[in-house]
Design a binder for this molecule. Structure first.
Ligand code: IFM
Length: 445
């Protein structure tokens, strides 16, 4: 039985997924190729040569997946919309069959009493846009707004709140700076325009969603940054890393300015990418909610290589997930309270839009239960310290395609046999269901 958690009335319980990680059916329904189809086909790009071509076959099995969500008693489901299903070439005519897929999904969720929380961009850029520069090209931001209009005009009558982007930091660093995710460019600091253009796309999309009375959120991957020691060189390195990982993606949204990146030798206009008026557009009248994706803290030391102003240091003496990620639940409390300290009244209500862990194939996944319990206790502590946290969406509903790691990292509450597509709820599924039911029963009293 889950232990009692004191979370506010109306706290929303959810689970998250993303299109390329679960849908499969990459050549069906008029979908065009995405950068992930092309990247995953490159020899050596993804572990064991796996791709998202089938993944969880959710495109065909979504009714079963909605039934699993209903069984959990979720308040909300965060999924992403595949841009190449809506605009196969990233611009121009809208593919009605693509919209119809999400239309049916939204209706089924509502019928199951689950509020849809769609993300408009979770890394699967139409390949045609990569060929004109991807997010390095300013024009992609305008194409993103055009695509957003097509989606919200169809679904906005039933979907009140939207997430524009998922983890623009990870997309920029892994996709454009290091080349370990699609589109596979290794530009190091020359990748920074991809940060600005994603945020510009957010700003343009947010403006048109607000005109339609919709709520706007973004899901940022954030990490509390800990200096390896109190030595000035370590502290300065930690500050530089914090500016790059966290502040680059929240300061413009919440404060209307970029952080000081001079430690990287980068100018305030990110090498000329920022034009007059952009920051006003990005900040707009403010977000309706900040989505926080938390996995672990980061420990930073003074640089060992002259190319960057920081070096990552290991976090010692903590358990690790199958991915090797450190398990530090209190880092979530530290992150949430740190956001409030940093942004004060400018911080909108927060929703934890991702948090979870990969472990082996066992159905009796007690490690996952302990992980989730620990992190929810960190949310409870942050709420007790005054942070306005409105919900928790675990990553992930299903075991799925974990990007460069292929099908080897299992984050699901539900086990997926990728040969038969059989879904089997794990012990964590029953635990989460009981937790949600107990919370709801207390509210009803
Ligand atoms: O699977 C990813 C997800 O797509 C984005 N956030 C982190 C998850 C685990 O790596």
């Amino acid at each position: 039985m889950p232990k009692r958690l004191d979370l506010p009335a109306g706290f929303r319980w959810g689970a998250s997924t993303a299109a390329y990680q679960i849908e499969g059916a990459v050549e069906e329904g008029g979908r065009g190729p995405s950068i992930w189809d092309v990247f995953a086909a490159r020899p050596g790009a993804v572990r064991d040569g796996q791709t998202g071509a089938v993944a969880c076959d959710h495109y065909h099995r979504w009714p079963e997946d909605v039934a699993l969500m209903r069984g959990l008693g979720l308040d909300g489901y965060r999924f992403s919309i595949a841009w190449p299903r809506i605009q196969p070439t990233g611009a121009g005519p809208v593919n009605q069959e693509g919209l119809a897929f999400y239309d049916r999904l939204v209706d089924a969720l509502l019928e199951a009493g689950i509020t849809p929380l769609p993300t408009l961009f979770h890394w699967d850029l139409p390949q045609a846009l990569e060929e004109t520069g991807g997010w390095l090209d300013r024009d992609t931001a305008y194409r993103f707004a055009e695509y957003t209009a097509a989606v919200v005009d169809r679904l906005g009558d039933r979907v009140p709140a939207w997430i524009t982007l998922n983890e623009p930091f990870v997309h920029m660093v892994y996709g454009y700076a290091l080349g370990i995710h699609a589109p596979g460019r290794a530009l190091m600091l020359d990748a920074l325009p991809a940060a600005h253009h994603q945020l510009l796309g957010h700003g343009l999309a947010a403006a048109l969603m607000r005109e339609r009375g919709l709520e706007v959120l973004i899901a940022n991957n954030l990490t509390p940054v800990r200096a390896a020691s109190d030595a000035p060189a370590d502290l300065a390195a930690a500050e530089a890393y914090d500016a790059l990982h966290n502040r680059l993606f929240t300061d413009p949204l919440l404060l209307g300015r970029y952080p000081d990146l001079s430690a990287f030798g980068v100018s305030e206009d990110l090498g000329g990418a920022v034009r007059p008026g952009d920051l006003k557009l990005i900040a707009g009248p403010g977000l309706d909610g900040l989505g926080v994706n938390y996995y672990n803290p980061t420990r930073i030391a003074a640089p060992t290589d002259p190319g960057l102003p920081f070096a990552e240091a290991p976090i010692e003496d903590v358990p690790r997930t199958a991915f090797g990620w450190p398990v530090v639940p209190d880092g979530l409390r530290e992150l949430l309270t740190g956001l409030r300290t940093r942004y004060g009244a400018a911080l909108p209500p927060v929703t934890v839009t991702e948090n979870g862990c990969s472990y082996g194939e066992e159905l009796d996944d007690q490690e996952r239960i302990a992980y989730l319990d620990g992190h929810l206790r960190a949310v409870e502590a942050a709420v007790a310290e005054g942070v306005d946290v409105r919900g928790y969406f675990t990553w992930s509903l299903l075991d799925n395609f974990e990007w460069a790691e292929g099908l080897t990292q299992r984050f699901g509450l539900v086990h997926v046999d990728f040969t038969t597509q059989r879904r089997t709820p794990k012990a964590s599924y029953a635990w989460y269901r009981q937790l949600i039911a107990a919370h709801r029963a207390r509210q009803a009293r």
